[in-house]
Write a protein of this length. Structure first.
Length: 471
């Protein structure tokens, strides 16, 4: 079993040149993948609450998932029908859907044969003069049809490898995935749904459900070109979310993860330049992929959320009726990334990085709103910037299914040529769309939902009795 301790971090000072950068890249990839799951798990504490309600529910403004100290306890949830089905440390639909993309990639991936020709790589050029590239096999990328199939199985049966229910399933994803012809042509079905539907205020729908699953795209494309990264992010985003704002957000989000891992966004100046680059690609090429047009209003709207002077308070993350707006989630991640750059010190050690990651994610989730999605995306960006060593011990050691997720991270590193050892996704049953367990029958799924509802009701009743309130 792979545990957190199996990863070498940070790169020891004895390592030089390519080996140093191999460990550094590995650290950032694991940091992004696990960091997003941790953000999701912490964000669940305040999801759908206002900032005021969040402060009332968690006045200490600190969250503990793993009680390593006997005097500590995992922070209990504010008990309501939304959180009662969960246990502290659980991730939600955000991470589940990230995993659908990751498992799709791993399923057809394998480490190269000893004498196989390597794929074409985009080498890295580091400040110390090192040019770094690795030998990897040519790996197919996830397709819209495969993601559509995995989404349908997830909606119907949950995440089969872990046997969990699709808690947190969003309305748009549910509607699109259950539409006729979705498996045949998901992008067309999603676009037709978007064209028919409007929000209560008359605006077109632009929720954050596609952005939240994009971090793995940036990781699997770490050796690929920007063009491939942009295109894949846009294509997979359109499987469910056709609005140009959603597509632009997916392009930016995936590319940011890739750039951070590769060290190509390493300052506030880099960040602004790359945001403009991603937006420029979408305007020039991405919009034409679906015959869509990014209206000028949307670009101005984008900069109102990711501009250099925007604060978390400016984003109004708990704004009633708008908490799931995709630019709010994108802005939350970018604002936290800017804060991390401003606070970064050259002498930062693991302890300082962990304190910063925890403080920034906590500050974000205390704003309430769609906190798990906001923190899932932001956690991926911070993890990609600061690496696995920045993930707080008392969070990562309390993550439900954390060892399983670390095992998949380890296999991803092998496939990307960053860790020794073999891997063939066809032999990893977890990567199959049904996890090798088959799709649940409707009646079996109904039984699981009823069991969860009974468990939730009992938990709520017990809490009321213990608090002295009549049930």
């Amino acid at each position: 079993m792979t545990t957190m301790a199996d990863f070498l971090y940070p790169p020891p000072s004895s390592l030089k040149g390519p080996e140093f950068h191999r460990v550094l890249l590995s650290d950032r990839i694991v940091g992004a993948l696990i960091g997003s799951a941790l953000g999701d798990a912490i964000g669940l504490y305040t999801e759908f609450l206002s900032a005021a309600e969040s402060e009332e529910a968690y006045p200490l403004k600190r969250f503990i998932l793993f009680a390593g100290n006997p005097r500590d306890h995992a922070t209990p949830f504010k008990l309501d029908h939304h959180r009662a089905p969960h246990t502290p440390g659980d991730w939600t639909d955000d991470t589940d859907q990230c995993l659908l993309i990751l498992l799709s990639f791993l399923h057809t991936a394998r480490t190269p044969e000893p004498f196989a020709a390597p794929s074409a790589l985009v080498p890295l050029f580091f400040h110390d003069g090192t040019t770094f590239a690795v030998k990897i096999a040519s790996q197919p990328l996830p397709t819209p049809v495969d993601l559509a199939n995995r989404l349908l199985i997830w909606v119907q049966s949950g995440l089969r490898p872990l046997d969990t229910l699709p808690l947190g399933l969003g309305a748009l994803v549910n509607a699109v995935v259950n539409s006729p012809d979705f498996l045949r042509d998901p992008i067309r079905v999603a676009r037709e749904y978007w064209e028919r539907k409007t929000a209560p205020n008359g605006d077109k729908l632009a929720p954050n459900g596609s952005l939240m699953r994009t971090p793995p795209v940036g990781l699997m494309c770490v050796w690929r070109s920007e063009e491939e990264t942009f295109s894949l992010a846009a294509e997979l985003g359109r499987v469910t979310h056709a609005d140009p704002r959603c597509v632009v957000a997916c392009v930016i989000g995936s590319a940011l993860v890739r750039w951070l891992v590769r060290g190509e966004v390493d300052s506030l100046g880099d960040l602004d330049d790359k945001l403009q680059e991603a937006l420029g690609w979408h305007e020039a090429k991405g919009a034409r992929m679906a015959g869509a047009v990014v209206e000028p209003l949307y670009e101005r709207e984008l900069w109102k959320h990711v501009g250099s002077k925007i604060t978390l308070e400016d984003l109004k993350l708990d704004e009633e009726g708008k908490i799931g707006y995709v630019y709010k989630t994108l802005g939350a991640g970018v604002v936290l990334l800017r804060m991390a750059f401003r606070e970064r010190m050259k002498a930062d050690g693991p302890r300082q990085k962990q304190e910063r990651f925890e403080r920034l994610i906590t500050k974000l989730v205390m704003e309430g709103g769609d906190a798990d999605t906001n923190a899932c995306f932001a956690g991926a960006l911070l993890g990609a910037l600061m690496g696995r060593e920045a993930l707080p011990d008392h969070w990562k050691n309390g993550l439900t299914h954390g060892n399983w997720l670390n095992g998949k991270a380890k296999m991803l590193l092998r496939v990307l040529g960053l860790e020794d050892g073999g891997y063939d996704g066809m032999g990893d049953i977890d990567t199959y769309p049904d996890g090798g367990k088959g799709v649940l029958r409707e009646e079996d799924m109904d039984l699981r939902w009823r069991w969860l509802e009974d468990k939730t009701r009992r938990k709520m009743q017990d809490a009321k009795r213990n608090s002295g309130f009549p049930s």
